[in-house]
Design a binder for this molecule. Structure first.
Ligand code: SF4
Length: 349
């Protein structure tokens, strides 16, 4: 490909032939569908997102359907995708858009950034993909392509490199064709300039790629400096009543698995048992400690010791309390924390 074409022209020409055109959010293209897809795609691979996106759209086909739904329903359709603040923010933002913009996605970038859960790059991506507006994006794929093309040393997420990459990204953003260019950059990062083994032979910007010129395309960009992550321990109590189901508690909106349902947690087996005898007011039968479950978050590792107990009589105050529920597998529509799903399988319920 000719180097006298600009960076954007080369990327656009490549994408016209090889870019992705069959992604579900590229069909019946609306700002609402693009917004949901962009939020799901943060920290998550396209292949994982596709089935979630399709089910989510069936459940909440419009902005107002999402705004009118309950947070529990939204979290149910998000269960397993992780980073649940994304779902809570999506729900909250849909309500704000219905209240303040008659249900139409705002078209001004500052209004979009003011919505919960939308940063500058995501706002730019939604507006350029939906309305062909000129905005620069800098998601993970674009950072990798540009960091290699300019042979930028270090981790692209550092403050210094982010600043530099925004400057480079702005310089490369064309005046027109912004919907196609935004998609093309994402495609280039996902298809050719992949994290490992980039396919430079087919790359439209290989002629002036500095990483390739220096033979450093496999080494750049550097990964995030690793920190030893701490281990936290917890005890989860799975109380089963044959009649009522599994006892679940809603987690506070702040913190891990915010707003999802989970087993009650304790800092030791003794305190779990103490709670049983005080709160359940009956001696547990079939007390059993199950295999430990490990769950890794970005900033710590959680070691869960699950305890299973069975009780004869379901406790009735649960029915009245807002943050407690008797959960029936297969019939209750609530969002569950990932290890809870795993534990339900272990409990064979
Ligand atoms: S030439 Fe290789 S390293 Fe450079 S941008 Fe293209 S795929 Fe990435």
């Amino acid at each position: 490909m000719h180097t006298n074409l600009s960076f954007a022209e080369r990327v656009l020409a490549w994408a016209a032939d090889y870019g992705r055109k069959q992604l579900p959010w590229q069909q019946q293209r609306t700002a609402y569908r693009i917004w949901v897809s962009e939020i799901m795609l943060q920290q998550t691979q396209v292949d994982t997102v596709i089935p979630y996106f399709e089910k989510f759209m069936q459940a909440f086909p419009t902005m107002s359907a999402l705004a009118k739904s309950k947070q529990d329903e939204v979290l149910h359709y998000w269960s397993g995708l992780g980073y649940y603040a994304r779902a809570r923010n999506l729900h909250k933002a849909a309500q704000l858009i219905c209240d303040n913009y008659q249900g139409k996605f705002p078209t001004n970038i500052d209004d979009v950034i003011a919505l919960p859960g939308i940063g500058r790059s995501t706002a730019g991506a939604i507006l350029s993909l939906s309305f062909n507006q000129k905005h620069t994006i800098l998601d993970g794929n674009v950072k990798r392509v540009l960091a290699r093309h300019q042979a930028i040393e270090g981790w692209p997420g550092s403050t210094k490199n982010e600043k530099l990459l925004w400057v480079v990204a702005r310089q490369q953003t064309p005046e027109t064709n912004n919907a196609r260019y935004t998609q093309a950059m994402m495609d280039l990062g996902a298809i050719l300039c992949t994290r490992s083994k980039p396919n430079c032979k087919l790359c439209p910007v290989s002629n002036d790629c500095l990483a390739l010129e220096k033979g450093r395309q496999n080494e750049l960009p550097h990964s995030k400096p690793k920190k030893q992550i701490p281990i936290r321990k917890t005890v989860m109590l799975a109380v089963t009543s044959e009649q009522a189901g599994l006892l679940m508690q809603r987690r506070p909106n702040q913190g891990i698995w915010g707003g999802l349902w989970s087993f009650p947690e304790f800092d030791s087996e003794e305190s779990a048992l103490d709670w049983c005898s005080r709160t359940l007011q009956q001696a547990p039968r079939n007390y059993q400690t199950l295999d430990q479950v490990n769950h890794t978050f970005s900033h710590f590792r959680l070691q869960i010791t699950p305890i299973s107990i069975k009780i004869n009589t379901p406790i009735h105050w649960v029915m009245e309390a807002d943050e407690w529920v008797w959960y029936k597998h297969g019939s209750s529509q609530v969002g569950l924390a990932a290890p809870v799903n795993q534990l339900i399988k272990q409990l064979a319920i």
